[in-house]
Design a binder for this molecule. Structure first.
Ligand SMILES: Nc1ncnc2c1ncn2[C@@H]1O[C@H](COP(=O)(O)OP(=O)(O)OP(=O)(O)O)[C@@H](O)[C@H]1O
Length: 255
């Protein structure tokens, strides 16, 4: 592995993705450094989820290259979605399975382990995300929003992935639960050395946990850097996003 491969967890070059006549990502390039938490912002419908799903290998691309942990991602990467840690915005857990069974799902799909070992792993992952062992037997309908996110995170961590992909992880949580979840992500990133790729609209998350923020507009990354640099960006969409009335109000509150 050369030095560049060691430095970057994800490298995207000249990526083109579209559906029918619509081009969603147009010659997009992006580097995610190993061990960083990168926040991705962009207009609604701008292509954030499409970018994440294309990197994971769930959506085919029309052009460009993608490397994850030094490995080129093919047009159709099978299995990546189960071996990397992914927290989708919706459909986080299988409703007919208990929390324990949900966490064990990727283990069963990818490994051959004894039930005893799988039970031990499930409890260890639950503790890692701040849930109690007795939560293992609950069904998703018996969990609060915050607990659901944590259980989904435990499942995402089941196979000890080097990268976590999070799609709006704090959406639907109250500010306290969202803050707790951000703190958890930060702790996991530090203790496990994870790289985190996070799509979010949450200004508090962007400010408090992201090492860098990338802004997606017109199908490309138009600005990338620490939040203080993004706030200085001259790009019209980035300015409108961070200096619009709502953002200003929040930033003022956060001071
Ligand atoms: N499977 C698909 N087939 C056709 N069009 C799609 C598909 N997935 C996404 N799109 C289109 O691609 C565009 C980008 O969608 P995407 O979900 O990535 O937006 P987003 O930036 O994540 O938005 P939001 O912040 O609202 O979640 C939209 O116009 C959407 O309709």
């Amino acid at each position: 592995m050369d030095a560049t491969q060691e430095e970057f967890a994800i490298r995207v070059r000249d990526l083109v993705v579209g559906f029918g006549r619509q081009t969603v990502l147009n010659q997009l390039s992006l580097d995610v450094r190993r061990g960083e938490i990168l926040g991705l912002v962009g207009a609604s419908g701008g292509g954030k989820s499409v970018l994440m799903r294309t990197i994971i290998g769930l959506i085919p691309r029309q052009a460009g290259t993608i490397e994850v942990m030094g490995q080129p991602i093919g047009g159709r990467t099978e299995g990546a979605a189960t071996t990397w840690g992914i927290l989708f915005q919706q459909g986080a857990l299988f409703s007919s399975l208990t929390v324990r069974q949900n966490i064990q799902f990727p283990l069963r799909e990818n490994l051959v382990l004894s039930q005893e070992l799988m039970d031990e792993i499930a409890i260890a992952k639950l503790e890692m995300v701040g849930l109690r062992p007795q939560d293992a037997d609950k069904y998703p309908s018996e969990l609060s929003g915050g607990m659901t996110k944590r259980a989904a995170l435990a499942r995402a961590l089941a196979l000890d992935p080097p990268i976590l992909f999070l799609d709006e992880p704090t959406s639907g949580l109250d500010p306290i639960a969202a803050g707790d979840f951000d703190a958890l992500i930060r702790t996991l990133q530090k203790t496990l050395g994870l790289t985190v790729f996070m799509v979010t609209h949450d200004l508090a998350s962007l400010t408090t946990v992201c090492d860098r923020v990338a802004a997606l507009a017109d199908g490309r990354i138009v600005a990338i850097g620490p939040m203080r640099e993004l706030l200085q960006s001259e790009h019209p969409w980035v300015r409108a996003y961070f200096h619009g009335k709502r953002s200003q109000m929040l930033q003022h509150e956060m001071r």
